[in-house]
Design a protein around this ligand. Structure first.
Ligand code: UT7
Length: 323
């Protein structure tokens, strides 16, 4: 059977690093509060010339170089983002043009923090359906542009950045020993819309709006939703937590990551954590964490890797990949 095999990873971060202490003169907060409640120590913040398209392009170029491929080899770009450069056209199309790619097709996916997990699943279906052979899957965000910088309950949590994978059609035997995407489970429930949303949009206010979150409410739902969707993925693949080599969760809060891993019985040393370095970068958080763990040699060819995310909507999902 056809499998969607990961060939390359890449990442891009804005030049400017903002430390927790840098917020202390702006809003009533402290390095100690942010670090203890979230695990975040710093985040990258985009300058005016750094956009979702430019960061996405840089991450895509890095993933292509890692795969030993060029834009000519790609036939689809799927970009997960909630902070596009423009309402339309899709920022994926802008990245396609920046890459000098005038064949194939490109589109954006909007599932907030779960965007990358949705995008990998979508790329896998396009590959297995025969509509694409090589796909650039990108998560790129500039959440700094939609933050209310006077709201201490949200502005300290998010950061900017991008990560990308090149995924290519390969042959598999149809077992979990195959390399590639092995199983996925996606969920959403719009009943939770008001717990995490942006208070603007083209069809309502005609403005971009700012991020609003009832953090405690999101926290309350997160661990249960994450563990449910991971258990569904385990059961679809016929595996257990012990079979995993690496758990690469959405990087929103270290306490959510720890509680989810504990509930699932995933050993602490198998969990990739980058929330301390990047903050919550929404759809970019999973591919950024992947790129760190691939670059430092933790994730290797043949490893069984579980990706997971949960965010606005609510949306949530998990994907199991043999690297
Ligand atoms: O990526 C999408 C998914 N998003 C998430 O997963 C986020 C989920 N939520 C969280 O990570 C946590 O709920 C937060 C980190 C947002 C907040 O942590 P918490 O432990 O749930 O704190 P809290 O909201 O219950 O607030 C505790 C106190 C409050 O003061 P009072 O009411 O107890 O007097 C807040 O006003 O902390 C206060 N607070 C702050 N204090 C200092 C809120 N933000 C700050 C701040 N600095 N930045």
């Amino acid at each position: 059977m056809i499998r969607s095999v990961v060939r390359g990873t890449g990442a891009a971060l804005p030049r400017r690093i903002m430390k927790n202490a840098d917020f202390e003169g702006m809003v009533e907060t402290s390095d100690e509060w942010i670090a203890q409640r979230t695990g975040i120590r710093q985040r990258h913040i985009a300058a005016d010339d750094e956009t979702t398209a430019s960061l996405g392009e840089a991450a895509a170029r890095a993933a292509l170089a890692d795969a030993g491929l060029t834009p000519d080899d790609i036939d689809l770009i799927v970009l997960a983002t909630s902070t596009p450069n423009n309402t339309f056209p899709a920022t994926a199309v802008e990245i396609q043009n920046r890459l000098g790619m005038h064949h194939g097709f490109a589109f954006d996916m909007q599932a907030v923090c779960s965007g990358f997990v949705y995008a990998v699943t979508t790329a896998d279906l396009y590959i297995r359906g025969g509509l694409a052979r090589r796909v650039l899957v990108i998560g790129s965000e500039t959440f700094s542009r939609i933050l209310d910088w006077n709201d201490r309950s949200t502005c300290v949590l998010f950061g900017d950045g991008a990560g990308a994978l090149v995924v290519e059609a390969g042959e598999g035997a149809g077992t979990i020993a195959d390399r590639g995407v092995l199983a996925a489970s996606l969920r959403s429930d719009g009943a939770h819309k008001d717990k995490l949303f942006v208070d603007g949009g083209p069809s309502t206010t005609g403005t971009v709006g700012h991020l609003r979150m009832e953090g405690r409410e999101v926290f309350k739902h997160a661990v249960g939703m994450i563990t449910d969707v991971i258990e569904a993925t385990f059961s679809a693949a016929g595996i257990a937590a012990d079979d995993l080599d690496w758990f690469v969760p959405h990087q929103a809060n270290k306490r959510i990551i720890d509680a989810s891993a504990k509930k699932l019985g995933i050993a602490e040393q198998k969990v990739v954590v980058t929330v301390n370095l990047h903050g919550n970068t929404s759809a970019a958080s999973v591919p950024l964490a992947l790129s760190v763990a691939v670059a430092d040699g933790r994730i290797k060819k043949g490893d069984l890797v579980l990706l997971e995310a949960m965010g606005g909507g609510f949306t949530w999902g998990a994907v199991l990949v043999r690297w």
